[in-house]
Design a protein around this ligand. Structure first.
Ligand SMILES: [Zn+2]
Length: 228
């Protein structure tokens, strides 16, 4: 079991390395490394505000802002870059061989281009291996958090989550990911278009080759609205 867990962890590290904008080296960071990073980023953000001719040092509401921003990036918005991937374990399921779909997983991310917020929902579905081993449901939520909490564009985020689920659901018979999100770089700048949403979908295995399986995934998403 320990070996299997370690293997999954290593596989997720590969996803991390393949994920554009991933950590260049030395992840996960220790507490001391994070603290040093916050110090460096605090100084750098103060210089950024200086360049914008912001008198932040004398404004009571802004004097702590460089440190706030640095902590926010390291501990929250980009936490996925600096922490370990979630530990994933699999369980027997009495040979359940249907679709397993979790809908409406909250997504908070940030676009790499503008560092504006991306807010959305993720729908994840997989068909377990023929022996019917499944992973803990909340692990799907943790994967979304792990890959979402960093700069990304929605297309690559979709691929990273797909790749991760494909790796941790060993010998699966298909994985489907759909992300529906709004981008503040569209709604709060540029065109300033409120209400636009972006939908990305990545299908593999039976979801890709069998239209009836794909439709069952889309029907499961519709069914999830019954709980609202
Ligand atoms: Zn953007």
């Amino acid at each position: 079991m320990e070996n299997k867990r370690r293997k999954i962890h290593e596989e997720l590290e590969v996803v991390q390395e393949g994920f554009a904008n991933g950590v260049a080296e030395g992840f996960p960071l220790s507490l001391q490394e994070k603290s040093d990073m916050i110090e460096d980023a605090t100084i750098a953000f103060g210089q950024f505000l200086d360049a914008l001719r912001c008198d932040w040092r004398n404004d009571p509401n802004s004097m702590e802002t460089p440190r706030r921003i640095a902590k926010k990036y390291v501990n929250e918005q980009w936490a996925g870059r600096y922490n370990s991937p979630p530990a994933i374990t699999s369980f027997p399921s009495d040979s359940y061989d249907g679709l397993i779909t979790e809908c409406n997983i909250p997504l908070t991310s940030m676009c790499s281009h503008h560092h504006e917020t991306i807010l959305g929902r993720v729908h994840i579905s997989y068909i377990p291996s023929e022996e019917g081993r499944v992973i803990g449901l909340s692990k799907l939520n943790r994967l979304v958090e792990y890959f979402g909490r960093r700069g990304a564009i929605q297309e690559q985020l979709t691929m990273a989550i797909h790749q991760a689920v494909d790796k941790v659901c060993i010998s699966n018979q298909g994985v489907a990911i759909q992300i529906v999100a709004s981008h503040q770089c569209v709604s709060c700048r540029g065109t300033n278009h409120q209400g636009a949403s972006m939908v990305t979908t990545k299908l593999s295995g039976n979801y890709f080759t069998k239209p009836e399986v794909r439709n069952e995934f889309f029907d499961a998403i519709k069914s999830s609205h019954m709980l609202k």
